[in-house]
Design a protein around this ligand. Structure first.
Ligand code: SF4
Length: 231
């Protein structure tokens, strides 16, 4: 019995030590990831992106806390994560033909006087040219893209289920894009995110150069100002 108790104590001690080691390892990974992220954001050069991507998958909250201490705002970090996500997906995205890809535009990009009506496929652009969607949609569709103007993520989920695209470009505000990319990952879709220039419900803006270059394929992501575009 005494031997059993001794063994149990020993086991608990070993388990405690292993837990502490794992926690210390995760903390070190988070700290290194945060330093690499801050360096990458400040210099525009991504160093060991796989390492901090692994860190973000394991201990995102701790990395965000470290980045905050190192002077990186939450928004800046989220933009960086989206840029990183695009960079990792770009090769796969470019290899998929446009006919198997969809572009989801938020309805807030439209003019306040937009005459389009809501349908199960989203809003059907009338090409009234009151907003930039009308000036870009034909060229994107001519490449083979399925372009949808949607009021929210429920439409995206339904259209993805119905059309089964292999890849998507999602446009939206920062959190919409972040959550949309996570959803696309869970659905096994190759996704690229573009953040709108200003948040809001009507007449928001996006950098169409970025959308067009991503859609055309082979975009030099490093040369683009950022997924968030020119301010
Ligand atoms: S161009 Fe299309 S999306 Fe833009 S306001 Fe006109 S109908 Fe609406």
């Amino acid at each position: 019995m005494a031997f059993d108790l001794f063994s149990l104590d020993q086991l608990i001690l070993v388990l405690g030590q292993i837990t502490l080691l794992v926690l210390a390892g995760l903390l070190i990974l988070a700290l290194i990831s945060a330093i690499l992220i801050v360096f990458s954001i400040r210099t525009g050069r991504m160093v060991f992106p796989h390492l901090f991507l692994a860190g973000m998958a394991l201990v995102e909250g701790v990395i965000r806390a470290f980045c905050g201490l190192l002077g990186v705002e939450d928004r800046e970090l989220t933009e960086f994560v989206i840029r990183l996500h695009n960079r990792f997906n770009q090769g796969k995205f470019d290899r998929i033909p446009a006919k198997d890809k969809a572009i989801f535009l938020p309805q807030c990009l439209r003019s306040a006087k937009c005459p389009a009506h809501l349908t199960p496929e989203g809003l059907i652009c009338q090409r009234c040219m009151l907003c930039d969607i009308g000036r870009s949609i034909d060229a994107l569709e001519a490449q083979g893209y399925h372009v949808h103007i949607v009021p929210g993520s429920t439409f995206i989920k339904r259209l993805v289920k119905a059309e089964k695209p292999k890849a998507i470009i999602g446009v939206g505000c920062l959190m919409e894009v972040r959550e949309g990319l996570m959803l696309a990952d869970r659905l096994g879709l190759v996704s690229m995110g573009v953040i709108t220039l200003k948040d809001g419900c009507i007449e928001t803006l996006v950098n169409w150069t970025i959308i067009n270059e991503l859609a055309a394929g082979g975009a030099n992501l490093e040369a683009l100002p950022s997924v968030k575009a020119i301010e």
